[in-house]
Design a protein around this ligand. Structure first.
Ligand code: GDP
Length: 378
């Protein structure tokens, strides 16, 4: 009977625009939860992780356990009191607007999408990539109303270009405003379906509101990220410091994307265009492979020695007992601290930065959260 229920649920899920994956904070994380979470991830389904029965702070702390499912931040609600349900509805509306289509795809294909405002060079880069690989490109009939899936191969690796309609069909006469409004919705959709996002910018111009709009869209997404500094040929008097100067500028303008990998490219000169694919593969692979426990433990000892944890709320000095890599894609790390203590947000950000540095996770999505534990884990 249980098996039959699973089968039916999975069938229904496949047909849905959005899956609300409801878990129970009182029972905690169950093996079935993991199974469903993996199913959602494997099929890249549009989903919201919702933790029910969150009545008080203790429940809310407990709900951090569900980060382990690797579905990002859980939304906490209490259906009994109605707390959080309004926020949940807002999230549902947001998500359904960007509903995804289910497609069948080659196994282990890396899905990438190029986004960015008009004229930054998206078509030039896409065409350079696809022309070079023309022999193996076949625009399959996965074409939906809004996005096209263009499979191609590069260095024996399958890729799928999730192409927003605005990009390659640019010759179509659509009014500019309409195109812009459309492209935000399409961009969101394409992002949901992708493993690695490639944000194209034009280095010959300062970053504008238009660029920021795309940066904002990416901000919340736990996807791989490459920022392409295109039209690199236009920078005069380049020297060895030029690249770092641009990276600093981007970090200043878009601090929340400072974890991205930045690539200088010239579509016109065909310079480093293919490095985008090489980098996407590196990011994709790292996002699928976790970090071993023993290695993480050694890392923790080193970090605590270098920079002891800082207090969040209360007076008790926090003690970090353990760090675990509880999920991949996005790489999710759980830091365990004593139950009566809390860790300052800045320390959590510091840990994230150090994890990235230590394990070379540039461009790889990382989630770090804190779990209060009663027992001392060694
Ligand atoms: P899209 O609107 O983002 O798809 O941009 P396009 O690919 O159509 O490019 C817009 C303009 O920028 C065209 O005139 C391109 O020739 C030019 N362009 C694109 N990439 C480069 C580049 O790397 N260097 C220079 N100098 N011009 C480029």
């Amino acid at each position: 009977m249980e098996l039959e229920i699973y089968k039916k649920t999975k069938q229904a899920i496949q047909k849905s625009d959005l899956v609300i994956f409801l878990v129970d904070v009182k029972t905690g994380l169950m093996p079935q939860d993991r199974e469903f979470a993996n199913f959602i991830k494997r099929n890249k389904l549009n989903s919201l992780l919702v933790v029910n029965k969150c009545h008080n702070n203790q429940d809310r702390n407990q709900s951090n356990d569900f980060f382990k499912l690797g579905l990002g931040s859980p939304i906490m609600i209490s259906s009994a009191s109605g707390a959080g349900v309004g926020d949940l509805l807002d999230e549902v509306v947001k998500k359904v607007k960007v509903q995804k289509e289910i497609i069948s795809e080659p196994k282990n294909a890396i899905k990438i999408t190029f986004i960015g405002k008009t004229n930054v060079g998206k078509s030039s880069i896409i065409n350079a990539i696809l022309n070079e690989n023309r022999v193996i490109v076949s625009t399959r009939e996965h074409t939906t109303r809004d996005a096209q899936y263009v499979p191609f191969e590069y260095k024996n690796q399958s890729f799928i270009l999730v192409d927003t309609a605005g990009v390659r069909k640019k010759t179509m006469q659509i009014k500019r405003d309409e195109l812009e409004a459309k492209s935000v919705v399409q961009t969101r959709k394409a992002i949901k379906q992708s493993d690695v996002i490639i944000l194209i910018t034009d280095v010959s111009l300062p970053l504008s509101v238009g660029d920021m709009k795309f940066a904002e869209i990416i901000k919340e997404e736990k996807k791989g990220l490459i920022i392409v500094a295109n039209k690199w040929d236009k920078i005069e008097e380049k020297d060895t410091k030029s690249y770092n100067k641009y990276v600093e500028y981007y970090n200043r303008m878009m601090p929340y994307l400072s974890w991205a990998s930045v690539l200088p490219v010239s579509a016109i000169d065909r310079q480093r265009v293919f490095n985008i694919l090489d980098e996407a593969k590196v990011i994709y692979d790292k996002n699928q492979i976790g970090i071993e426990r023993e290695i993480l433990k050694k890392f923790l000892v080193k970090i605590i020695k270098m920079h002891p944890p800082t207090i969040g709320r209360g007076n008790n000095k926090p003690r970090i007992f353990d760090i675990k890599n509880v999920a991949v894609s996005p790489l999710t790390f759980e830091i365990s601290i004593g139950s009566k203590t809390s860790l300052h947000d800045s320390y959590i950000r510091f840990m994230e930065k150090k994890i990235r540095q230590e394990f070379n996770l540039r461009g790889v999505p990382v989630v770090v959260y804190v779990k209060k534990s009663r027992t001392v884990v060694r």
